[in-house]
Ligand binder design. Structure first.
Ligand SMILES: *Cc1c(COP(=O)(O)O)cnc(C)c1O
Length: 450
């Protein structure tokens, strides 16, 4: 074997803006418009920061997901997860596409009822349902997903005292091979608790056992976890059929499909690592067919998908307040949107893009919000082009949880717009003002400055 030829190592400068080692360019294409409307025109009229939601995108996300599931399993019903985004206009778009409402509190239940959703199209989840909320839900034929034994006993009591019947399912938690396990909600499968609860319900005269529910986690990176979950619910459903001759109306696999937002710890972009809707659907559908060969006896598959249907339908437009240098020499960009309105920046590396052309020079930068708090960091590190004071940026994939977990802290919440299918723009939530904030406050007389 001949000796290999020695070549001296060569160090080449890694030029920002050129191809990186994965072959994709870091040159930023500006996000000039949203659904055909110029970002700068939106801000001129409605101010900055500004949330913008695309009706068209919500509808196409919902239709696409429904098509994928329906082509694999014949009976599918979506229920919109209110806590993911419960702005009226957003819920109304989902409802007009045929989605039911999935709520986890009395407040969300009331929101759904006010939008005109009948009780039987409301799935009532969550560990905290007051007696009053339960009584209303029972009277209105809502689908109540029982979380624990205390709630089960309370429902039995309420139905017996009022001579009512309740439509119920139980929430089941289980080991699906993803850790840490979500075992604080519902009844456990492995230790027999779920079966114990089902036995108690099966012999109750006032309870109609109509379904089984699980919600195994959120941003689930494994489609196979859903196969395991579906199998375990199918196993319980078979037990109910064999022991009590109960045929369930539905099996509800909850939500949790990952959106295309990239998590802080993820190296590759989310699109490249999270399962597709098709993969989730394949995993779930195959198990359900085991229940019956008869169409009429097949349960409806209910899905409570939240983030995967709304994240990419919303944008947050923000303005650059200033550029500065940190003591380390690192560049920092201050913008007018803080973590109080972009809660998800604690988990995600959002896609952030200038709204106008920039030069090709890019630099590792930190992006901070306007709050006078150290936690107000939108991005610790991002390779970003030079932007000037008053330039606009667009933060993408902000539809899920930001508009429900936001808070009035130091600054108030901004306008939210919806770009309608026909291209018109509607204001769907007004920016808060000081009167709105203070209307709930009461200053004791003795403290009034005279
Ligand atoms: C939050 C929640 C959902 C929606 O979860 P996503 O991760 O947004 O899809 C669905 N069902 C229940 C019970 C929930 O608590």
């Amino acid at each position: 074997m001949s000796k290999k030829i020695y070549e001296r190592p060569i160090i080449t400068k890694n030029q920002a803006g050129f191809l990186n080692k994965f072959g994709s360019s870091s040159i930023v294409k500006p996000k000039v418009e949203i659904d055909g409307i110029l970002v700068k025109d939106l801000v001129n009229q409605w101010g900055s920061p500004l949330f913008v939601i695309s009706e068209k995108k919500i509808r196409s996300n919902q239709r696409n997901a429904l098509r994928i599931f329906k082509s694999r399993y014949p009976k599918v019903q979506f229920a919109w997860s209110y806590k993911t985004n419960y702005l009226k206009a957003v819920c109304a778009v989902f409802h007009s596409e045929g989605s039911w409402a999935e709520v986890v509190s009395e407040f969300e239940y009331q929101k759904a009822r006010r939008l005109g959703i009948p009780g039987e199209h409301i799935i009532f989840n969550g560990p905290d349902k007051s007696d009053k909320a339960l009584l209303t839900a029972i009277k209105e034929n809502a689908k109540i997903h029982i979380d624990h034994f205390d709630e089960l006993y309370k429902i039995i009591e309420i139905t017996e005292d009022n001579n009512l019947k309740a439509n119920v399912a139980i929430r089941v938690n289980m080991d699906v091979g993803v850790y840490p396990k979500w075992d604080r909600f519902g009844f456990n499968y492995e230790n027999g608790e779920a079966w114990q609860a089902l036995k108690r319900i099966a012999v109750s005269k006032n309870l109609n056992l109509i379904g089984l529910h699980t919600h195994i986690g959120t941003y689930m990176m494994s489609a196979d976890a859903y196969r395991i979950a579906a199998n375990k619910l199918v196993d319980l459903a078979k037990g109910l059929k064999n022991n009590y001759n109960i045929v369930l109306e539905y099996i509800d696999l909850g939500g949790g499909f990952a959106s295309h937002n990239t998590l802080l710890g993820q190296y590759l972009p989310a699109e490249e690592v999270v399962p597709s809707t098709e993969q989730y659907a394949d995993a779930i559908a195959s198990s359900l067919f085991e229940l019956s060969a008869n169409y009429d006896e097949l349960p409806t598959l209910i899905l409570e998908t939240g983030r995967a249907l709304i994240d990419d339908a919303a944008y947050l437009i923000t303005k650059v307040i200033a550029n500065k240098r940190l003591s380390t020499g690192k560049k920092a960009i201050i913008i007018d949107a803080g973590v109080n309105i972009l809660f998800t920046s604690f988990w995600y590396k959002h896609k952030i893009t200038p709204a106008n052309e920039t030069g090709i020079h890019t630099e590792d930068s930190a992006i901070y919000g306007p709050l006078c708090m150290n936690i107000d960091c939108i991005r610790e590190s991002i390779v970003f082009p030079n932007v000037k004071k008053d330039d606009l940026l667009v933060i993408e994939y902000v539809g899920a949880y930001d508009m429900t977990q936001w808070m009035q802290f130091i600054n108030m919440r901004p306008n939210v717009l919806m770009i309608m299918q026909d291209g018109t723009v509607e204001l769907i939530r007004k920016a808060e003002d000081i009167d709105y904030i203070e209307q709930q406050e009461i200053l004791p007389k003795s403290l009034k400055l005279s």
